[in-house]
Design a binder for this molecule. Sequence first.
Ligand code: USQ
Length: 388
Amino acid sequence: MKKHSVLILGGDGFCGWPTALRFSSLGAAVTVLDNGARRSIDAALGTQSLVPIRNLHDRVEEWADVSGRRILHRHVDLAEDYPALAELLRSTHFDTVLHFAEQRSAPYSMLSTGGARYSVDNNIRATHNLLAALVETGSDAHLIHMGSIGVYGYATTDLLLPEGYLKIRAQGADQREIEKEILYPGQPESIYHMTKMLDQHLFAFYAHHYGMRITDLHQGVVWGTQTTETRRAPGLTNRFDHDPVFGTVVNRFMLQAIEGKPLSVYGSGKQTRAFIHIEDMLTCLTLAAETAPARREKVRILNQFSEICSIANLAALVSRVTGAPISHVDNPRQEPAENELDVDRTTYRTLGVKPRRFTDLLGAELADLPGLLGRSDPPCAPDLERSA
Ligand code: USQ
């Protein structure tokens, strides 16, 4: 990554911040843009990260003190401030642009029509402004986008969900059967996931018409909190979302277990999801950046996860390790009550990524949590489950 110039959009968030630190520690020149939306949504919802996090300026200063490496940062809203984005791309050459700058909570997009409209307005405009600005400024950066496995949808299909593209057979004009490859016709269960599906079509258009090099990562639910770099000083700590809107299931279960509360399994817990630990996400992102597709190649779509598990089995595992009781609560989400899930991860396997499983990592993560709690304000998790 030395001499590599990387722009990280949404670099103050749960995935973006540790990514900025990882690329910086690998020697890349890192610039972060963020509009602070995660922090302001927390304030509006009356919640906050379990461990208070420093503002972006202070975080970056702390990283400079600890590592001797400087991360440049700017407050820019991609959806609203196209000129600022275009100006940055015009004035600075980037080899890689990592795009995390989207509203990322499915429940937030289900809370109200306001949440749904914000998710579409923000995510689609941010992605399209980015693509347009890359073209307008003549940038040849490799764009890596954080997508989602939920783009495929959670209906049981009996298919091994492919890496983005589905081979189909159809009747040709001359009656002969022809084979084609199409973008997988996903059926997202939330407006949030729908925005990631719409992103895919924008990417396909820009790769086809402008030869842009694009990688779209269909990632599972990320769990864990700290990474090698965020552990280096308290001021670098990553955010830990624990509320029912932004807190994701594994981290919520771990915290509930540590606090002696029952694990909140929604419905039967037969919903099945793909998961990846945050350190493994960083390994995958680094590999994705090192292996850009060629110009004029179709968008490269990679499924990024380590393990597939039902929520009930996940709860049983956390309960076995911690002794926490399990409670089945009414599911506040609109999602199938149960599903099966098989997902292809050939590319990362070929690139040598060894999936690490809950059984490998859960003990260490649970051991870390009391230390984090020691640094927290009393956790404030409003009971959004009822209103969600
Ligand atoms: N769930 C519970 N109890 C809880 C919280 C969640 O049973 O206390 C269940 C949900 O009903 C759902 C599953 O756990 O079936 C996963 O929920 P989640 O909140 O952990 O994750 P999700 O809403 O799917 O979204 C998260 C990220 C999103 C990312 C997605 C990857 O917030 O940004 O795109 O994971 S994926 O799910 O593979 O599409």
